[in-house]
Design a protein around this ligand. Sequence first.
Ligand SMILES: [Fe+2]
Length: 523
Amino acid sequence: MITTPNLGYGLGLRSQHWDDVLIQQPTDVEWFEIISENFMNNKGYPQEVLSKIRESYPVAMHGVSLSIGSGDPVNRDYLASLKALADWLEPAWISDHICWTGINHINTHDLLPVPYTEDSLRQMVNKVDEVQTYLGRRILLENPSNYMEFSANTLSEWDFIRQLLEQADCMLLLDINNIYVTCFNHKLDPKAYIDSIPAERIGQVHLAGHENHGTHIIDTHDCHINEEVLALYAYAMRTKGQKSTMIEWDSNIPNFETMLMELKRVRLFSKTENLPDFSHKKNSKSTTTEPNTAYNELMHLFQSCVLNNIKPQSWVNDKQGFTAVDQMDVYRFAYRKRLFDSIVEEYPQSRSILGIDRFDLLLRTYIEHNPSTFYSLDPYIKGFANFLKQHSPEQAEVALTESIISELRDQPQPATITLAALAKAGPDGFLSLNLSFTPAAKLTSSLLLICKKLQVYRQPLTQLEYAGLQAINSTESLEEAMQYLYQEDFCTAETALPTIQTLLSEFVPKGVFTSGQIENMTV
Ligand SMILES: [Fe+2]
C-alpha cells in the first residue's frame, strides 16, 4: 500500500507573502509548497525565512529543472543540489514535472511536452529509477499542461502517465487545472482522464488559474481558479479520496488576504457535486499518417522550432482551429517571454538609461543568439551584464551593478556590529580592530550596495568614502587602514584617525561591517 500523508490545504510560498506568513502564522494554511530552485545553493535571507516557516508548517519541494523526459542524462550537479536542500529542509515530499526542459545541454526554462511513445516511456522509467535511488525516496511527477500533439504519439497522455507511475513506482502530482487545459486544447474528456488515474498513486493536487484564448487555453497561474476546474477538483476528490491540495499563483500575485480567500473558496467547492458535462469531447487520438520518429530526434526538432523559429512539419498534428504552427507558437512565445521578463526585472536602471527601445532590442538579440545552458536562470540573467558591456560599453558599470544586486540577494545576512559594540573596544583596542564587510554588502567603483531582506540599497560614495571603506574591509586592523589612507594622500597622518572615525559613524549604523573580535548585533 502506497501512502502519502494528506496535509490538507496549502499555498505556494512566494516571496511577496513571506512577511504575511511570518507575522500572521495563518492556521487556515496547513502547509506550503516551495519552488526548489528558489532555495537551492542559497544561504541568504530566503533560506532564513524558509527555516522559520518550516518550524511551523510542513513544506513540500516542487522543482522545475529535473527535465526527467529529456534525452540528455540526468544532471548530477542539479540532483546533488536538490538532495542537499532536501537533507536540510526535510520536506514532506519532492516533486517535478513529466516534461523536458531542453536537450544537448540547452535549457529553455519551460516545461516541454514529451512524446507519448513506448520508447520515451522506457527512457523515463529508467531515469525516474535513477533519481529515486539517488534521493532515497519516491518522487511525485506532475501531469503537464499540454499545447501540442506529436504525431508520433502511440499512447494517450493518461495511459502514458498511468504506466509511468506503475513501472517507475513513483507518485502523481495531479494538477487539475493542467488536465482541464490539456483536455480543452486537445478536445479530450477531463472526467475520463481523472477516472483513469489510480487513486493510490495520487500524492498531491495543484489548482491554478488559466487564460482562455478561444482556440486554446494557456496555463498562466495569474488569476482565480476557474469554476469548472473547481468542479473537476471536487469530482476527483470524491472519487479518489481527499489529497493534499494547494494553489499555485505565480504572476500578478495578489495580496495574502486574497490568497486566503481563494483557499477558502477551494475548501467550499471541494464539496460540490455539480460536474459540467464533458462527454461530448472525443477522447480519441488524432489520426496520423506519419511513421514513428525516434524520441531524441523529436526533441531536437521541437527545440530547434522553439529556439530557431523553424516551422513545425508533420511531426506535429494539426488540429481544427489550432494548427501545428499555432501549437508550437505557444512554446516559442513562452520561451522568449520568460527570459525577456526575467532580465527586464533585474536591469531596471540599465533599461531606463539606455531607453526601452534600445535595451529591448539588445535583450532580444541576446536571447536569440545565446540559449541558456544552466538549470537555473540566475547565471543567464547575470550573463546579460557581459553582453551589455560588449554591445554598449558606456552601460557596463550600471549593468555590472545590477548583476551584483541580484547576487547580493543570495548572500547570508549575519548580524552586524553597532556603534555601541564598537565603543566597548575602548581607545586602546580600537586601532587593532579588524572589521570586514558583511557578505550582503559590496562596493562598486562608485556605490556601496547593501542587501537587507530582499531589498538592495545603493549609496553613492565620494572618492574618500570609497577608499576608506575599501581600506577598512581589506586590511587587518583599523590602524593599517589609517596608514593606507594617509600613504595614498587621502588625508594626513594627523587627520587619519578622525577620518576613520567619521566613516565608521556613518557606515556602521547602516549594517555594513562584521567583526570576529567584538559582539555582532544587527542594527
Ligand atoms: Fe502545477
